[in-house]
Structures are given as C-alpha cells and as structure tokens.
Design a protein around this ligand. Structure first.
Ligand SMILES: [Zn+2]
Length: 172
C-alpha cells in the first residue's frame, strides 16, 4: 500500500473545514479568506521544499519559545485585521480588548468595531551551518577548511571534494 504524499494536505483541509461554524460566509471577502486559509493549511501540511539556497531549519532551539498576544482591530475599509498592541500577558490583552470595546464601540458611521486577540508564538532555531568543502585536489591542505585538523598524509595535500557517484550510461 502506497501513501499518497498529499494525504497530510487533505487531512489539514478536512480539519479546517470541520473547525468552521455551520454558517455560510456573508461576504465575498470572508468567503475568500476561508478559501485562502484552506489553501495555507494544505500548503503548510505538505511543507514544500525550501527555496534554493535556503536550508531547512534545525530543531535545535536557540532560545525558549516566546508567546505574545496581539490585540487586533478589523479595518472594514481595507478588509483586514490590523494589530494595535502586543501584550506579554493574555489577561492584560483581554483587559485591553474590554477597554477598547468600552471606549470605541463603533466607527464614525455607527458600525461596530470588531476586536480579536491573536496568539503569536515565536520559535528560535539555530540555522544549519554550511558543511565545510574541500578545495580542489592537490591544494595545500593547510589552506583547506575541510582538511583543517585532519592531519592528511605527507605531503599535506587536500584530497579534494568527494568523488561524484559514477554517472550512469546515457541511453540517448
Ligand atoms: Zn581539503
């Protein structure tokens, strides 16, 4: 039995669909937002190969994970949530939301101001270091970063990069 490599993406989208309330989005903006969230869930689940030159992150934590809470206001003119203040304590963030709702419950046109609190979790991982590469074969080993400390045999020449696996015969 083979595993479909897209299964994790299907699972993520199913999970997102199941997490949605049983109401139809009232506006095109909300509907599009739902579609995009499903797309992001799928893309995140299959974790595409990193861009060329970008190495995948290590799992080595450089610092403990930090958590903060952003109080956001919905900007109806731009159909976007805008972060107003970032808090280090969820209770303080909740108090701030209550204050905002009390002091500015509506926009000038009378429509209600929507607030939400967003949890931001930041992880700090150590970037992988570049593996040391040998200089061309025969270079003075003292100049080669990969030979440093390996005591190559006299006459102290770099053995060069590892030989590439033998190319298979071209059939064309
Ligand atoms: Zn070397």
């Amino acid at each position: 039995m083979t595993t479909d490599p897209r299964q994790s993406a299907y699972d993520a989208v199913f999970a997102y669909i199941r997490s949605q309330p049983d109401v139809v989005p009232a506006t095109v903006v909300e509907r599009n937002a739902m579609i995009w969230r499903a797309v992001h869930a799928a893309l995140d689940a299959v974790s595409p190969a990193p861009a060329a030159g970008v190495q995948p992150p290590t799992t080595i934590q450089a610092h403990p994970t930090t958590t903060q809470w952003d109080v956001e206001v919905y900007d109806p003119r731009h159909s976007a949530w805008v972060a107003t203040t970032r808090f280090h304590d969820p209770e303080v963030a909740a108090d701030a939301v209550k204050d905002y709702e009390k002091t500015t419950p509506t926009w000038p046109d009378g429509s209600p101001v929507q607030h939400r609190t967003v949890r931001a979790t930041t992880t700090y991982t150590v970037e992988p270091s570049e593996p040391l590469k040998h200089l061309p074969k025969g270079t003075n080993a003292e100049d080669c970063p990969a030979c440093k400390g390996t005591n190559p045999d006299y006459p102290f020449l770099c053995p060069g990069p590892p030989a590439a696996p033998a190319a298979t015969e071209a059939t064309s």
